[in-house]
Design a protein around this ligand. Structure first.
Ligand code: KG4
Ligand code: ZN
Length: 337
């Protein structure tokens, strides 16, 4: 089955063509990072306009690069939510027109289901029950999955998402958006013990996360140093390492508490923050210690992309779970079984 996957929920216009979800024939991304950088975060109106400018050409190019023709497409999968409503509307509109004109099924995909599906692209035989941690710019959600496509929410952030807290922390240090990769890079040269940060919400019986206190702690650290951020550049690696370590430790602790509480057989780590090198390393070693399989997509498939949406579309197709042509974006959509 040849599936076109379209993702426009936030600041990346992403389109991929896959065969049976697993074989990526083409995978294109038009990033808007430069557009939003000077504002320190995503500006919704600018994001929508840029999606409109690039989506048509990107779809055309993705189909051409895949070596298939429009007529060979079997279905169109598109992110229908959650996300920025105007941005979602761009992807949903082009997906509906294509599905209508080519007379093929339309598959509306939940963005988080897309992220989880990224794990299935490279790992064929995921063992269940599994615990899935989705860490992105907008979400930090922990799910129990008795099988593929079934989700029970165990915990989520009560304030900032993991990606958001990394982006904000980097910004406080004077770096531009997105801050996650910057903190990742800086931390590799730093000592995580030198400037300690609190591990928030530690109780293992509560699987919710809270990260906003870390911002206050970082602010206090910077205040105590008493200089402009660029004056203590030499401390940035240690600050980044301490800050990142607090986030990573919390994510590892809560996820593996969930594994033990739910008797899970595996863990999936997905979403943009799953590209973080320390987080990947700590998940893999915790899994090894407990004898639990840990599945993490390659970094390219952790951040938003069209292939993960096409992969989710493949399972909707197999289950005959089609969307109608009056599909509308749902900016606050919950992930349901
Ligand atoms: O999944 P994603 O691409 O978009 C959303 O659905 O939000 O995630 C974006 C987030 C941003 O906050 C970005 O800073 C973070 O993922 N991120 C990282 C890394 N690469 C991207 N965070 C930590 N380390 C990285 N290497
Ligand atoms: Zn995402």
């Amino acid at each position: 089955m040849i599936i076109l996957g379209i993702e426009t929920s936030c600041d990346e216009t992403a389109v991929a063509v896959t065969q049976d979800g697993k074989i990526i024939l083409s995978d294109l991304l038009s990033s808007q990072i430069d557009l939003h950088r000077k504002y320190g975060g995503v500006v919704p109106e600018l994001a929508c306009r840029r999606h409109i400018e690039v989506i048509g050409l990107l779809v055309k190019e993705a189909i051409e690069k895949s070596g298939r023709s429009n007529e060979q497409l079997n279905a169109i999968a598109v992110t229908m939510g959650p996300g920025l409503v105007g941005a979602l509307l761009v992807g949903v509109s082009i997906a509906k027109s294509l599905a209508y004109s080519l007379k093929i099924p339309l598959l509306g995909i939940h963005h988080l289901e897309g992220h989880i599906s990224a794990a299935f692209i490279e790992h064929e035989d995921i063992v269940f029950p599994s615990i899935a941690l989705i860490v992105s710019g907008g979400h930090t959600n922990l799910y129990y999955m008795p099988q593929r496509g079934k989700y029970r929410l165990l915990g989520k952030t009560i304030d900032d998402a993991a990606g958001e807290i990394l982006d904000k922390g980097a910004r406080m240090l004077g770096y531009s958006y997105p801050g996650g990769p910057v903190i990742d890079r800086l931390a590799q040269k730093g000592d995580p013990e030198r400037i300690p940060f609190p591990r928030p919400y530690r109780s293992s019986s509560n699987l919710d996360f809270s990260f906003s206190g870390l911002k206050t702690s970082l602010m206090q650290t910077l205040f105590k140093m008493g200089k402009a951020p660029e004056d203590y550049m030499s401390s940035h690696p240690d600050i980044a390492a301490g800050y990142q370590s607090a986030i990573v430790d919390t994510l590892v602790e809560k996820t593996f508490s969930a594994v033990q509480r739910e008797n899970a057989k595996s863990v999936m780590l997905v979403g943009g923050v799953a590209a973080n090198s320390l987080l990947r390393k700590k998940f893999l070693s915790a899994g090894e210690r407990l004898g639990i399989a840990v599945y993490i997509p390659s970094s390219r498939l952790c951040t938003d992309n069209g292939a993960m949406i096409a992969m989710a579309g493949m399972s909707h197709l197999e289950e005959h779970h089609f969307s109608s042509l009056d599909l509308n974006p749902s900016p606050n959509l919950e992930l349901m079984s």
